[in-house]
Write a protein that binds this ligand. Sequence first.
Ligand code: ADP
Ligand code: MG
Length: 627
Amino acid sequence: MTSAAMPGSTSGSTSGRPIRELPERVAAQIAAGEVIERPAAVLKELLENALDAGAERIAVEIEAAGRERICVHDDGRGIPAEQVTLAFRRHATSKLARVDDLGRLSSYGFRGEALPAIAAAAGRLRLTTRSGSERTASLIEFERGLSSGVRPAARAVGTSVEVHDLFAGQPARRAFLAGARAERAAILRVASDAVLASPARSLRLSSDGRRPLEHQAASELGGEAALREGLSSVFSPQAAERAVWFEARSDRAELGLDGLAGAPDDARRTRDRIRLFVNGRPVHDRRLSFAVQEAYRDWLDSGEFPLVVARLTVPPEAVDVNIHPAKTEVKLRDPAAAFSLVGRTLREALSGERSGSPRRLRTGAVRAPVRSADLQTERPAAAGDATGGTGLAPEAAAMPRMAVPVGEHIRRSVAEAAPLPSFAADGSGAALPPLRMVGQLHRTFIIAEGPSGLVLVDQHGAHERVVYERLLGLGRESGSGVSAGSAAIQPLLEPLLLALDAEESANWSAAADRLGRLGFDAELFGERTLRLRALPGAVAAADAETVIRGVLTDLTPERVELERFDRAAASAACHGSVRRGQVLDTAAMTALLRDLERCENPHSCPHGRPTLIEISADDVLREFRRK
Ligand code: ADP
Ligand code: MG
């Protein structure tokens, strides 16, 4: 990857240029807009400035999720004393002089807007800087946008910017800020994007007394090795090791591409791990993100998204970065070429690496066909849960005798067809009639025979419902101690150590309390290792890692703050359930039907989708013109 065109590259053309006020004409062509709408946006601007200044090491300190204090120290080239005041003037920049330069940017910044905007938004801002040619540093301070002038100070070469009390004078803006956890997550995202964009620089983030991200660059490493180190710091060493390097060019379209494609095991249920960069800038581009997802289609279940870091380089004149105030979107001259290059390269990288069955290398997420007997032996002794935490109780379970009203889905078809004597109503909850297992369809549905016809059961949704009710201690046997919700805890014989990525670790802190109440007994051990000592009885020990990771992806701080308690249970149930696409044997399917029959609300999964539909025997007869 060429470095000359990359923003912030030490060899970039902006090195050491003086800061100048942009001529009116140039300033007018710059995408205007409020850049500083939240603490994470402030951090993004300050990091970009540090990278543009050629910094090798950057330290970020955050207090109260950025509201109290955001501080960025760098060892870049600094600002000469006589230019310090100018740096805070609107449209004053060292990075752009003429309109033409907008077409060949080699820096992150170009608007000269960030420092003045931040100084205006902060209760107090202090910048201390020293350029390579000076012996003393300069310090400038702003209180509510007003400067006290420049005075001498002491500092090594480089720049520190300290922002206190953001939006102090704008109570409305302050009130609109997301919760602290959400803001910390956004801050982490900005910092981790910086690491992935510039993995050859070191970056350390301390946030409210924690160290959610620490990246030590080994400077002698080149493209692939450096990016692997970045992946290791942001996600996990295992993810970095498992990822596949890819590299391609399209000379016709003048596009370059490289990056790392994560293993299917490192996929998650959100798009957060798809990180795209165009000329070193993190971008959100639906089309490119879709190209990435498509390339993984045979490797992942629907709803799963891969870990991919893809870096496109295009000639500066082939991309317009000046369309979005926060510069998070870019316009490519030839988006179709980029789309197909990304898709093709990833597909080749994935199939080259894992020839044969794509799912072969998956260790965690795809399980062998479920056999309730196997699952029984796999699990360590569970306190108070004798049926097997998977919800697939041993076959031995006798057919329960059912005589209770029917639920919505069956009721509908019943209403259309003739009334069925076997669906006797007794006024209590909506339960299922006895279902006889017939077989499996599309590895997704269980075909069963009910009293009035054919019943298709969604194996994932049904199992989700079973696990969910056990987690919450619902269901018809909750009194018997068979599934006593959070009371049914299975201690692990050996604690399970899970390496968390930075986001998972942040999410853990947010969700720990709820997960504890469900029966997950775990604690953070250092910054990024979770030690799991016990699980809810309803979750199979073999699924512990999948469930924990799934829950930690689902329960972003925003969601924990906004949603109800049972969200955690729904998420745990979802990740701890058999999937679509999984072959189930007769015993497992029979057991699942029995477990579903015992549920309090067997007709829908925790997300509200139906678990089963019925096709009445009458309809079938009619189709065959037998009626
Ligand atoms: P822009 O980055 O768009 O030029 P800013 O307002 O962010 O605008 O910064 C104004 C100028 O201040 C920059 O052009 C640069 O010369 C100087 N500057 C800002 N931050 C730093 C830093 N950390 N190190 C060196 N110079 C900096
Ligand atoms: Mg800037």
